[in-house]
Design a protein around this ligand. Structure first.
Ligand code: FAD
Length: 602
């Protein structure tokens, strides 16, 4: 039999979960392809970007506990329990016993993924697949010759495949200007760590108060002083030789992330709060699922149940008012998180979060909201352009602060640094002042809420605002764009009929008109509901799936973390088992939502 080959580009978590699901269905899938080639640009297979020791530092913690990580062959905690103390120390795992609900270093998580990847390789071969691993192989381009002949081009070689999964994940652009002390991303983090045990004896600026910003704070602080546990809690003592070391975080709203919370159901589920039929029935006469009707018909009652369990009478009351919409909900919940001093606010939240985690008391509204948005995310192709705009501007920033929660151990480190007056936060929108003259500093302008602006100058300024999204012009496989197999993702406006109303606010490249209808480019590339790439003629390429969330961020605006990696992998592999094959017709949400319904892990 001719060997038909599947190529997977990338060997991070998405790739690993795809391979696991292929293994689980190997008897059927072996008839579709019998060779699997995995291409990884780094020298390490099966780590992925955030868990790779070449990218990440010893002091960077994961924000997911073992009980929340989708299962491979062994849980993360069980795997850690089987490692020797020397290795654990090397990965900065120093607290025992190992707990299922605790978070550990990302480097330890990377080693776990790598070991699970090795088990997978073994099992796939035993199941009868020929498996090929290519480390140090960056795929630079993809060409389609004919349907079963896809060419992957690396630096010094090219490879043929009949089916391709793009699982390239994070994609940090490197526009660093080290001469001005400006770093466009903190990754790989070793580039910002002082060399040869030297100290940064000055104030460092960090843009963003995200989890990545916290990674920077933790990595630098551990090298400028010592943390000790006292009766009062964790304390930080600055090294005497680094007395001017200080980190200033800049965040537009002045918010710090919410804290980790206990969950009743650690795994997200697309149809937990509404059935498939219910969600599809919410489409209006124009075929759109509007956030407003989703909120009124699904979210309101689910959130009411959650607030009732949380004993929050005030929110329960507000939600009974049918005029109280999603925007009002976001505004009020954001206000509750808004403190005059965010660190003092975090101290208050820490008491509640500790009680939640240590005494197994879930904070139901957060978990419910996450589930609801997860559900919306996997139906976002039905949203009108108006709602894509609303989601991006209002909903997502709120979710990223609430749901991308900071582990308690990280919060304790941050508060110890705050008490030692080593870290502070300035609220206001930051503009990096571009200067054509070569300067030794990065200068920024901060616009405050009262419309006043202030300027600051930093010897070292690290941008942790965390946007590594890709659009068609930055898509890594440009031959697919040039030959029309890839196009921009877009959504139709429901109410806007005139381009002129939008061009001035959104930009001419973002909105366009066809057959009297107005469209918005929502960001990223177009894929169908089973992640096949869609070309300019509206047809899919039935043998190429793009699972990289940085490429599909417009179409799936809330796909984050390891559980989303699992979900996208399941959807794609299930689509090979269930849906009609080899057609160029885009797979619709009606077809693919049957997979959501059927697969217990979705
Ligand atoms: C700093 C950081 C911390 C995070 N922490 C957590 C966490 O604690 N918990 C959580 O649930 N989520 C976390 N996430 C979210 C993260 O996106 C997912 O957990 C997960 O890593 C995504 O896996 P992936 O395989 O899709 O992408 P990646 O992990 O980015 O893996 C993609 C792989 O593809 C390779 N690659 C890329 N381009 C090419 C190419 N052209 N050719 C060949 N190989 C290529 C890369 O080298 C990489 O190994 C974090 C994200 C970041 C940025």
């Amino acid at each position: 039999m001719k060997k038909l080959g599947l190529a997977i580009i990338g060997s991070g978590a998405t790739s690993i979960y795809c391979l696991k699901h292929i293994l689980d269905n190997s008897a059927v899938l072996k008839k579709q392809f019998n060779r699997i080639s995995i291409f990884e640009r780094s020298k390490r297979m099966g780590y992925g970007m955030p868990y790779n020791p070449d990218t990440t530092d010893l002091f960077n913690l994961s924000n997911i506990s073992s009980e929340e990580i989708p299962l491979l062959f062994q849980t993360f905690a069980d795997w850690l329990r089987n490692q020797n103390r020397q290795d654990l120390k090397k990965w900065h795992v120093t607290e025992f016993p190992i707990e299922d609900s605790e978070v550990y270093s990302r480097i330890a998580l990377g080693e776990y993924f790598h070991q699970q990847f090795l088990v997978l390789m073994d099992k796939l071969q035993t199941a009868g697949f020929a498996v090929e691993e290519y480390t140090n192989h960056e795929i630079l381009d993809i060409e389609i010759n004919d349907k079963n002949n896809i060419k992957l081009i690396a630096k010094n070689a090219s490879f043929k495949a009949s089916k391709v999964i793009i699982a390239t994940g994070h994609n940090w652009q490197h526009n660093d200007k080290p001469a001005s002390g400006y770093y466009d991303t903190p990754w790989p983090i070793k580039k910002i760590i002082p060399k040869n045990d030297a100290f940064y004896n000055f104030e460092i600026g960090v843009l963003g108060a995200s989890l990545s910003a916290f990674d920077v704070v933790s990595s630098l602080a551990h090298r400028h002083g010592k943390f000790t546990q006292s009766k009062k809690g964790l304390e930080f003592q600055l090294n005497k030789e680094a007395k001017n070391f200080k980190i200033t975080l800049h965040a537009a709203q002045g918010w710090l992330p919410h804290l980790q919370y206990e969950q009743e159901e650690p795994f997200r589920e697309i149809y937990r709060h509404a059935t498939r039929e219910k969600i599809l029935s919410l489409r209006n006469e124009n075929g759109f699922l509007k956030i407003d009707s989703f909120f009124h018909s699904v979210c309101r009652s689910a959130l009411q149940r959650a607030f009732e369990k949380d004993g929050n009478k005030e929110m329960l009351e507000l939600l009974t008012d049918t005029k109280f919409g999603f925007k009002d909900f976001i505004e009020i919940m954001a206000k509750n998180h808004e403190y005059l001093d965010s660190f003092e606010g975090m101290k208050k939240e820490l008491v509640q979060a500790k009680d939640s985690v240590e005494n197994n008391k879930p904070i139901h509204w957060m978990e419910t909201l996450d589930d609801l948005m997860y559900c919306l995310n996997f139906h976002a192709e039905m949203m009108p352009a108006e709602d894509h705009l609303f989601f991006k501007k209002d909903v997502k920033p709120f979710l990223m602060s609430v749901i991308a929660a900071l582990p308690l151990s990280s919060a304790k480190i941050l508060l110890a640094l705050y008490d030692a007056e080593v870290v502070n936060l300035i609220a206001g929108r930051v503009r990096i002042i571009e200067d054509t003259n070569i300067k030794e500093t990065t200068d920024i302008e901060i616009s405050k809420a009262d419309n006043k602006t202030i300027k600051k100058s930093y010897q070292l300024f690290i941008n942790c605002s965390g946007n590594d999204n890709i659009n068609v012009d930055t898509f890594p496989f440009q031959s697919l764009v040039k030959s029309g197999f890839v196009k921009e993702a877009s959504a139709k406006f429901e109410t806007v009929k005139k381009l002129t109303d939008l061009e001035s606010t959104l930009g001419k490249d973002t909105v366009w008109k066809k057959n009297n209808e107005v469209f918005l480019n929502i960001g990223g590339i177009a894929v169908d509901s089973a992640y096949h790439i869609i070309g300019v003629n509206g047809k899919t390429c039935s043998n190429i799936h793009d699972l990289s969330f940085t490429h599909t961020h417009g179409f799936r605006p809330y796909s984050y973390g390891l559980q989303a990696c699992l979900a996208t992998s399941l959807i794609v592999v299930d689509s090979w088992l269930i849906l009609e094959k080899n057609t160029n017709k885009p797979k619709t949400i009606e077809e693919v939502s049957k997979i959501y319904d059927k697969d217990d892990d979705l």
